[in-house]
Design a protein around this ligand. Sequence first.
Ligand code: ZN
Length: 405
Amino acid sequence: MTRHIHKNSYVKKVVLIFILAIAGFIALVTLLSSIRSFRAEKYLFTVRVRVAHDADKLRLFAKGPCDIEDIENGRVLARDVDLASAVEITGRAEGIRFKDCVLTSAGVRIIPKGKFDIALNDIFYRGVIDVIRVGGTLDAINRVGLEDYLKGVIPREVNYLWPAEALKAQAIASRSFAVSQVERRGKSDYDLRASTFSQAYGGRSAERLRTSKAVGATRGKVLAYAGKVLPAYFHSCCGGRTQSASNLWGELLPPLEGVECRRCGWSPYFRWQARVSTKVIKKRLNDAGYDIPRIDDIKTGVRDKSGRLDYISVRPGGKWFDIKCDDFIRAIGPRVLRSTNLRVKKYPFFYRFSGYGWGHGVGMCQWGAFGLAIRWRKADSILNHYYPGAEIVDLKENNERRGFL
Ligand SMILES: [Zn+2]
């Protein structure tokens, strides 16, 4: 009997030690993973995206309460403000009018107190919204984590139904571009604009499951060259060959020197045509500040390796007048003339322009990436093609190497 009792307590001890060991192991794993995720969070950038500019008024809405802080000193101006019925903010010379009071601070930060997003002019944004007074008008800046920002960029830049590898390539290019802008614009009020001036961004409202998955699958990955994050420019369709960044912005970077592209024929603007009447050309050039009394002829000049023009020449009377082709396109309309790889033919009352591609032509050709992805090319191989010599690195490791952490 005594022996039996002894045996029983021995088994209990073993079971207890076993349970304690398992609990200890679980606690250790949890601790380690929390340290890892803490480290992972540390290198994540916050980007500042200007989502409204020079606005007389902004409309705000949020499902839950928000705190309002003074941007300059971080002082809380109002707690638990109810924005459930949309509130209009207007800019005044003396301050920001918010509900019934005028806040004299230069800017206010609206912080959601819970897991819900703020809507600004009916678009939902993750993160916080800064409203800044510039004279009598308002700018709005969305401060948002880099990965969350990208979830609102990719579906606005390309079609969310595109092959997954093309979406991943876009995610890595967009992330690299965003980080390079953050590093360049340190002292400005914002890092990026929400339009194609930087890259298109539609906030949480634009997000799609497939594009968010592409962002998640490439989390933290960027293109780098010579130890720096590459400003990985991209455009819609190159029309056959991408352009050197040095032609456009004087930037001498080997990965942005321009490459052959044979896969963007799927783009609706691979070839384009436009007829513009002589009267309209004259009016638009004069509206853009050129003094051109009449147009007798238009001709194209020297082309670069990719077929793009530096200048286009207009003849009012006897003399030719050179206009930078980019400026000419901006004056006539970038949705009329889609690239500087164009030709022009004169007709009695109009000119017929025909060209290849859409956009500035530097870096990755988005339709070319699509064309490669449907031929089973992986994202890294697509990026390798458009940014030769650049490597794909982890943002965290890249920053550690440069002593950022
Ligand atoms: Zn192309």
